[in-house]
Design a protein around this ligand. Sequence first.
Ligand code: FAD
Length: 359
Amino acid sequence: MYDVIIVGGGPAGATLARFLGRDMKVLVLDRRDLGKPYAGGFEKCCGGLLAPDAQKMLARFGLGLPRSVLAGPQLFTVRTIDMATRQQRFYPRDYINIDRERFDRWLVSLLPPEVETCWGARFRYLERDNRGVRVTFTVNGKERRETCRLAVGADGARSLVRRALAPRRQPQVYVAIQEWFAVPKAYPYYSAVFDPAVTDFYSWTIPKDDLLVVGSAIPAGADVLGRFQLLKDKLAQWGYVLDEPVRRHGTHLLRPAGLGQICLGSRDVVLIGEAAGWISPSSAEGLSYAFRSALALARALEKGTQGAAARYRRRCRGLSASILAKLGKSPAMYWPWARQLAMGSGLFSLQIEFEEVMS
Ligand SMILES: Cc1cc2nc3c(=O)[nH]c(=O)nc-3n(C[C@H](O)[C@H](O)[C@H](O)COP(=O)(O)OP(=O)(O)OC[C@H]3O[C@@H](n4cnc5c(N)ncnc54)[C@H](O)[C@@H]3O)c2cc1C
């Protein structure tokens, strides 16, 4: 019998396991083989930019980033393009550019030895009985069942644990696509691209070592591939050379439109990270929310599993306020006239001296 079983060993799950590991009997499982260096196969679809909020959380956790998880180049500016009005601006930003697969493995490497892990394990379903919560998952094609006092869904945007809780309201679901290109020149900035013909959210480019990642979050149900092609065609007109595709991957991305769409779970099954809907509705920055929600649950568990769900809910007030603040910021980014006004004003933007390098 485990105290806690964590489904998902991504940033949220690994962080929670790190906090609980020495005091509780914990099992963390993930379908990825996070115990070994990444060698192809399923890859977490992510831009791999560590925003200042996420950096602050790592600082609070007493962590500095090892060189092995860094990707290049490090970026100090975001090129913002509004396709509809053909405006562009550069804004200063302090992101850390990381290799997401290596980052996740590094977080897992920090787990105390007391934490039991099960990699290559696919969560199937859970049931409640009088002993606790029974979690069923498959490893190497074989079904395995384990019981715990508290099951934690840290299984990301497509969370099966969340689905088992059948929440009444769900955040809006986007299909996020990322395509990697070999490019003839460096693009030393992160681009944020707004184009209502592609999406009501946004698209991006991120240089990652020798490659350029082009991505977009497109409402599920739309002609996703057609819109992504449109984005690439338009980026080509803005000077991006996208002739040599290397690989493409995609996943779901959640965009909460209100706090009612965040699902924290109930008595003995709780959700953290993106599984709960914790992600910025304005920028899709999710790593800081994964860390913060994991910390909130770890603190709630300091008094044991009994009553932890209620304590976790109370400890999430700051996170909820942060989601509300991001929702408040969204109109300036997503209402076309407000964006036009904001970009037109040039407020907070950077004057670029070597513009030919940037375009
Ligand atoms: C395209 C894209 C780009 C993004 N870019 C950024 C960015 O640059 N910066 C940023 O801060 N955020 C970014 N985000 C958001 C960020 O990736 C997520 O919010 C963050 O990863 C959430 O962490 P998590 O631990 O909650 O979930 P995840 O990182 O999704 O981890 C969930 C884990 O659960 C495992 N899992 C899922 N289902 C099962 C199952 N059935 N059985 C077993 N294991 C399972 C997965 O393998 C995974 O390891 C991006 C998201 C997308 C989609």
